[in-house]
Design a binder for this molecule. Sequence first.
Ligand SMILES: Cc1ncc(COP(=O)(O)O)c(C=O)c1O
Length: 225
Amino acid sequence: MAIDPLMPVYPRCAVRPVKGEHCHLIGEDGRRFLDFAAGIAVNILGHSHPGLIGAIREQAATLMHVSNLYGSPQGERLAQRLVDLTFADTVFFTNSGAEAVEAAIKTARAYHQHGGNSDRHELITFNNAFHGRTMATISASDQEKMHKGFLPLLPGFRYSAFDDLAAAEALIGPKTPRSARPPQARWPAFSRCRMNRWFRATTTAIGCRRPSTLRSPLRSATRSR
Ligand SMILES: Cc1ncc(COP(=O)(O)O)c(C=O)c1O
């Protein structure tokens, strides 16, 4: 069976950029687009900024890829900078969104398994969500079109209606990682905005600290270190 050299894993749209200029993309047919989509919230750095080009050029001329068997002075410096500037206590550098979600899943499970609570392995996700295309991240989604052809899924996910706190709360049980739960006393008062903030904080910090020390990114961003 003939197959395209670039594996056709999902449909791509007809925009085929070959060049970027600041906030514009230029297609192979010469058409110019205003790049509103960028990297879908990732690497939103624009195109051809001289500072970025200079930094990439300098690093490429200094040291290219080495294996993760070695120490990384540059990685340590960048991680320290991110820790200093944000709510995070530690940084995991990764190549894709799916790997970041996988890391959050593994961290939540490891936190409880190392603490002797291996039953707490169930994670709650929201209907119609997208978490990536690896086995764990398609299992984290309830979308059947993502499961087709790839069964069996990884167990341990419960799907809740989106924007329905009561539905999400009903799924919290003895198998839910404790660090993924907001403090019960504050739960009824959670607005959608606060819920989003809480989820951002927990999915990033999941398993890295005790529930009592979970802070919202906004509050934590202002702490002094
Ligand atoms: C919300 C969300 N999670 C996870 C991912 C997966 O990211 P990646 O394609 O880099 O693995 C995406 C990608 O669009 C996303 O939008």
